[in-house]
Ligand binder design. Structure first.
Ligand SMILES: Cc1cc2nc3c(=O)[nH]c(=O)nc-3n(C[C@H](O)[C@H](O)[C@H](O)COP(=O)(O)OP(=O)(O)OC[C@H]3O[C@@H](n4cnc5c(N)ncnc54)[C@H](O)[C@@H]3O)c2cc1C
Length: 417
């Protein structure tokens, strides 16, 4: 739970003031959400959502001692004031009360919730090979899914389902092709890199830091995201770091028929399928990680001492529609086909997508609705049963299994003993 500092570089054509209308819009929306339900007040008071710091404020804070575990906005601002090259940015700087959403902990929550539901069966290490509608006249009654568990055992199995939800990430088009549903989309390969900065050099916890810039240009946005124990994830939205040459794939013909699945370049598919660990591939990952460190160090000079961890958070990102500058989630429900597609551009889009699916299932009589209040307030049984230590344990196991620094899942290790 740490805020995010935003800075506009002196070289950028924009100004910090350009960001204010968006921030004010968010404040108004947050205020409205709290008025609807006080339980929505999870990131402090709306009037504290963002704060501006002019150069004199920042220079004053630069002379204050850094705090190991900052609590107030000013305390969070001290590391930025001390470490940022103040001649490279425009003022005011902006501190926004946006926390991080740790992917390992989100995965842990989902795992615990699903384990607890007797009707949910998660088949990992399982590949869907074909989906076939079972029809009565023109109406789809159910779907048959053919799948293969464990790519080495080779045996094909099948299951029949009343309703099929396609949420296959950047490969959503493969299932759309099987289902015979046409849609326009693009897919983009991109990567962020894990680096490590010694906690002594950091001098205490850091906020997230965003240096604005235009995506796809050499001076695209730089984003430094802190994780526990000195681990940092870096995005830098230029082609040397996060974006890739020919990384954006559009729809093409598949033989003589159009396909719904954009085809990423073979190298990028290999990175995704082989965990980016090929003999010739690791040097590319390390070189991009080092470049990421250098691009942060342009603004935070002491970050030059950070080191490459040799891991990335990366993949194909789906872009519904035809405009790659407009990245909005798409949820499409084909009730007569008993089929839905969730294109989750951001992880948080999954919440909205599941609400739409639940409504559709209720409407076609496949689900008895729980009360709206129960859904709106996210009153899930598993929340009463598990606590932060359970999340720590599962997040730790996930980070370890995927060979990321284990601290990226969280730092509480009491459960290990
Ligand atoms: C580099 C990068 C950084 C990102 N940063 C952020 C961020 O900071 N914040 C944020 O909110 N979002 C971020 N995103 C986007 C976020 O990762 C996605 O929105 C989210 O993962 C989508 O979730 P999903 O479950 O819909 O799809 P996915 O997470 O892609 O999951 C789809 C699953 O379907 C499986 N699958 C596909 N085809 C088949 C098949 N035929 N048979 C069986 N299984 C199949 C895949 O293996 C995969 O496990 C980022 C994405 C990338 C690539």
């Amino acid at each position: 739970m740490r805020p995010t500092g935003c800075a506009v570089p002196t070289r950028d054509e924009g100004t910090p003031e350009d960001l204010l209308p968006r921030l004010d819009k968010l404040v108004a929306k947050y205020r409205e959400l709290i008025a609807n339900d006080p339980a929505n007040k999870v990131i402090g008071e709306p009037e504290d959502y963002y704060r501006l710091y002019d150069r004199a404020d920042v220079e004053r804070l630069a002379n204050s001692p850094q705090v190991a575990e900052p609590q107030t906005p000013d305390e969070w601002m001290i590391p930025i004031a001390k470490k940022l090259n103040l001649d490279k940015v425009k003022f005011p700087l902006i501190l926004v009360n946006e926390y991080g959403w740790n992917i390992f902990r989100m995965s842990a929550s989902a795992t615990l919730a699903l384990n607890d539901l007797p009707n949910a069966h998660v088949h990992t290490d399982t590949l869907v090979k074909q989906v076939t509608p079972i029809t009565d006249g023109d109406e789809v009654q159910s779907w048959q899914i053919n799948y293969q568990r464990n790519e080495h055992d080779g045996k094909s199995q099948q299951i029949n389902v009343d309703f099929l939800i396609n949420a296959s990430g950047f490969r959503t088009g493969v299932i759309d092709d099987m289902a015979g549903v046409d849609v326009t989309r693009m897919v983009e390969f991109k990567a962020s890199y894990v680096t490590h900065w010694s906690p002594e050099k950091m001098g205490g916890l850091m906020p997230e830091l965003i240096i604005h810039g235009t995506r796809g240009t050499p001076h695209g946005m730089v984003q430094l995201t802190p994780y526990p124990d000195g681990n940092f994830q870096i995005h830098s939205m230029n082609h040397e770091v996060t974006l890739f040459p020919d990384g954006l794939a559009k729809l093409e013909q598949d033989g003589d028929k159009p396909s719904n699945q954009p085809r990423l370049k073979d190298d990028y598919r290999r990175y995704i399928d082989s965990d980016w660990t090929g003999e010739d591939d690791q040097p590319i990952l390390d070189a991009r990680s080092q470049k990421a460190i250098e691009q942060v160090a342009e603004f935070v000079p002491s970050f030059a001492s950070a080191t490459v961890v040799g891991k990335a958070l990366y993949g194909g990102q789906q872009i519904p529609g035809e405009d790659d500058t407009l990245r909005v989630a798409d949820m499409s429900v084909y009730k007569d086909k008993r089929y839905a597609r969730a294109e989750n551009v951001k992880a948080s889009s999954a919440l909205q997508a599941s609400d739409v699916v639940v409504d559709a299932l209720a409407e076609i009589g496949l689900l008895a609705m729980s009360s709206d209040a129960e859904r709106d307030e996210h009153r899930w049984d598993y929340l009463a049963k598990y606590n932060v230590n359970d999340i720590d344990r599962v997040a730790y196991l996930t980070a370890t299994a995927r060979q990321f620094p284990t601290a990226m899942g969280g730092v509480n290790r009491d459960f290990i003993s």
